[in-house]
Design a protein around this ligand. Structure first.
Ligand code: SAH
Ligand code: SF4
Ligand code: F3S
Length: 437
């Protein structure tokens, strides 16, 4: 058998990192990655369940693989990720997409190499889903997407059960890695050329490591790692963002002055129905506290439009909150019904046309603020970690500022992985333009 593979990844950074781990395991088995799925002997699709369009794209992709499988029965189709933790999805795959060879979930990606071996030696389909995460498996290899920055899981799962959200069902209960495991992984990454890490967890604020180490403690420990230059994290839930975390922004020079703080709605009434456990006022106070302690901090958020029962008045509270906070950027989503979540049963679902109309108004507001915020950077000099060409082969390179602003500038391959001083010469809604000093 030809040993080539291709991974298609849907969803968030958790999935992105899981895909890096699967790539790492396949490389260890002598497989090589190929750029196009059509050239691969093993195709892997890592799925996301968070909204309905993610589901739809997955089934569309599976449909496309049927012909390939008919032409070449040795071609292996593997599916994994959050959708596989939902029984109805497994049932649909078995009934309608019988050309799938290997099915596994979010809790057992370390078992993937063995499942491939079994599929090949037994010439039989493999399905292995674990209902929940057991002991955290350490020491898995990973093939990073970027040479100079890395994703680092600090915890898995979620206990918050926001009423719209599927993640607690697909990723299981919260489990934190040991601080020593995280530190030793980060040291190894730094030795391998990594300068920036992004700490991952559905709610990093509830990290609880061995020895009573909390998230703020972990940041202080990581701030002392020699050779590491930048620390970011994602995501932090507003309900338990501590004063000590705010203080960490002041004390830890490696911690980037940027926070993603999902608000979801500006209406206290809707927040209650979402089970978010904070009010509009509490959120605004938190923002004020953060800005007082760290005036240069940039902020982004997630907002859901059209949650069941959202009135025009509730929605205007969201617009009001956005005007008050003035986010650097915001991810806006149309509420999407998820099977098995409490909000699926709520009767006052909002008509699609109303959702879209509100969504458009929100996006216009968010974008006009982003534009104004970005314009303020023109004329300043920013330190940017150079990531690579903006497009393959282009002489325009891109990187991020400390505040997570994307900057495009004329550069060269030697700059990749270095910190460059860039003078900002122009601004757009989603990026800045500059020139190397
Ligand atoms: N743990 C992260 C979020 C993970 S999901 C947090 O709590 O911030 C990423 C985003 O998807 C959420 O912040 C939310 O805005 C959005 N989202 C989740 N479920 C959704 C649904 N059913 N419909 C629309 N958007 C949803
Ligand atoms: Fe979903 Fe809420 Fe958990 Fe985030 S905190 S993953 S939105 S349930
Ligand atoms: Fe992430 Fe989607 Fe799963 S957002 S945790 S890949 S449902």
């Amino acid at each position: 058998m030809e040993k080539t593979f291709h991974i298609t990844t849907f969803g968030c950074q958790m999935n992105e990192h899981d895909s890096e781990i699967m790539a790492g395991m396949l490389l260890e088995k002598g497989f090589v990655p190929v750029k196009e799925r059509k050239d691969a002997a093993v195709a892997i699709i890592n799925t996301c369940s968070v909204r309905e369009n993610a589901d739809k794209r997955f089934f569309g992709t599976l449909g496309q693989l049927k012909r390939r499988k008919m032409e070449n029965p040795d071609f292996l189709v593997c599916v994994c990720g959050c959708m596989m933790q939902q029984q109805h999805v497994i049932d649909t795959i078995k009934a309608k997409y019988p050309w799938v060879d290997i099915i596994f979930g979010t809790h057992n990606i370390h078992r993937f190499p063995e499942l491939i071996d079994n599929a090949l030696s037994e010439k039989k389909k493999q399905t292995e889903i674990w209902p929940d995460g057991g002991e955290i498996v350490e020491g898995l290899p990973s093939k990073r997407l970027h040479q100079s920055k890395a994703l680092v899981n600090i915890m898995f799962g979620c206990n918050n059960f926001c009423t719209y959200c599927i993640v607690p069902y697909t990723r299981g209960r919260e489990r934190s890695r040991k601080p020593q495991e995280i530190l030793s992984e980060v040291r190894t990454l730094v030795d391998d050329g990594v300068r920036e890490i992004m700490l991952l967890g559905q709610n990093v604020n509830s990290y609880r490591g061995e020895g009573g180490i909390d998230f703020a403690d972990l940041l202080y420990l990581l701030n002392d790692v020699d050779g590491l230059e930048r620390i970011r994290f994602m995501t932090s839930h507003p309900k338990d963002l501590s004063d000590r975390l705010i203080q960490a922004f002041v004390d830890c020079e490696k911690l980037c002055r940027n926070i993603h703080l999902p608000v979801q709605s500006g209406s206290t009434e809707i927040l209650k129905k979402m089970n978010r456990r904070y009010t509009k006022e509490a959120y605004l106070n938190l923002v004020e506290k953060l800005r007082k302690a760290v005036p240069s901090i940039t902020m982004s958020t997630d907002i859901i439009v059209g949650f069941p029962g959202e009135t025009e008045e509730d929605f205007s509270e969201t617009l009001d909150l956005v005007r008050k906070v003035r986010y650097d950027s915001a991810f806006t989503f149309l509420y999407s019904v998820r099977k098995g979540t409490p909000a699926e049963k709520y009767e006052d679902q909002i008509p699609e046309a109303v959702k879209h109309e509100r969504f458009n108004r929100l996006v216009d507001l968010v974008n006009s603020i982003s534009m104004e915020k970005n314009a303020k950077y023109v004329g300043t000099v920013q330190k940017v970690l150079v990531e690579g060409p903006a497009k393959t082969g282009s002489s325009i390179f891109s990187g991020r500022t400390d505040g997570f602003k994307l900057v495009n500038f004329r550069g060269n391959a030697d700059m990749v992985g270095t910190m460059a001083d860039i003078r900002i010469t122009g601004s757009n809604t989603f990026s800045l333009e500059g020139e190397v000093l």
